[in-house]
Design a protein around this ligand. Structure first.
Ligand SMILES: [Zn+2]
Length: 248
């Protein structure tokens, strides 16, 4: 366990310092523990893509976890916090696409993460979750609502993929059939995806995807305003028309 402190100045791995790994929860204690292997997993992702990564969540206090609607048994919780959420700072869609393509085929990055004790992996529209739960509890999920492909990575789907991985041509050929056999479907996709509870299978909670929800609320409000404008406008026209019709 690494001991991470708010005012710490240590460089913990090649690319991540103590400040970056400190809890984002507002009520976090001055120092907390974070599993060494999950920090190592983060560095493995950083090395694989060789691009800057922003850490968005490490240890979450119970309150911080409630605020994002995290699962009750979230691996972000103390005292043995063992989960990290992270996102790519540049070209996020490109790198998440590459992450997804590797993930669904149990490619080199997936295998390296697993070999280093990362037994929980989740992909979302804008970020990745990794954790070091035990091998017997291993879990994989895909809450990206189809943004990166038609195949939803679920535990049942992954159980049907050999641990040695599929090369990209075999994967392209077989993954859709395996997804179908294992009922690995997405919920609603596109703009309606945030409304569908089937799209939230992981442990990071609905509010961790609040960007999507916020966008939907903005679009909904804009439509309401526009709708109201048209109703007022058309009733005004009718009234004007009525005035012209009844001058006598
Ligand atoms: Zn997470």
């Amino acid at each position: 366990m690494a001991h991470i402190c708010k005012d710490g100045t240590r460089q913990i791995t090649k690319n991540f310092n103590e400040k970056e790994l400190y809890s984002k929860s507002l009520d976090a204690p001055k120092c907390h523990f974070l599993d060494d292997r999950v920090i190592n997993g983060l560095q493995i992702i950083r090395d694989h893509f060789n691009t800057p990564i922003r850490v968005t969540s490490t240890m979450r206090t119970p309150l911080g976890n409630d605020l994002v609607d995290g699962a009750n048994n979230s691996r972000h919780l103390p005292p043995n916090a063992r989960a990290i959420d992270c996102q790519f700072i540049q070209n996020s869609n490109l790198y998440l696409q590459q992450f997804y393509d590797d993930f669904k085929c149990k490619g080199p990055l997936y295998r390296k993460l697993r070999a280093n004790g990362i037994n929980g992996i989740g992909i979302y529209k804008t970020f990745i979750h990794i954790d070091t739960r035990s091998t017997s509890q291993k879990s994989f999920w895909d809450d990206s609502a189809g943004k990166y492909g038609d195949v939803r990575v679920t535990n049942a789907y992954m159980a049907a993929i050999p641990e040695t991985g599929l090369d990209s041509s075999a994967c392209a050929f077989e993954s859709e059939a395996i997804a179908e056999e294992t009922d690995s479907d997405y919920g609603l996709t596109g703009a309606l995806a945030p409304l569908d509870p089937r799209n939230y299978s992981g442990e990071d909670g609905i509010k961790s995807q609040e960007q999507g929800l916020t966008r939907l609320v903005i679009i909904g409000s804009a439509l309401l305003v526009l709708g109201g404008f048209f109703i007022i406008n058309s009733s005004r026209k009718k009234r004007n028309f009525g005035n012209i019709e009844t001058p006598l």
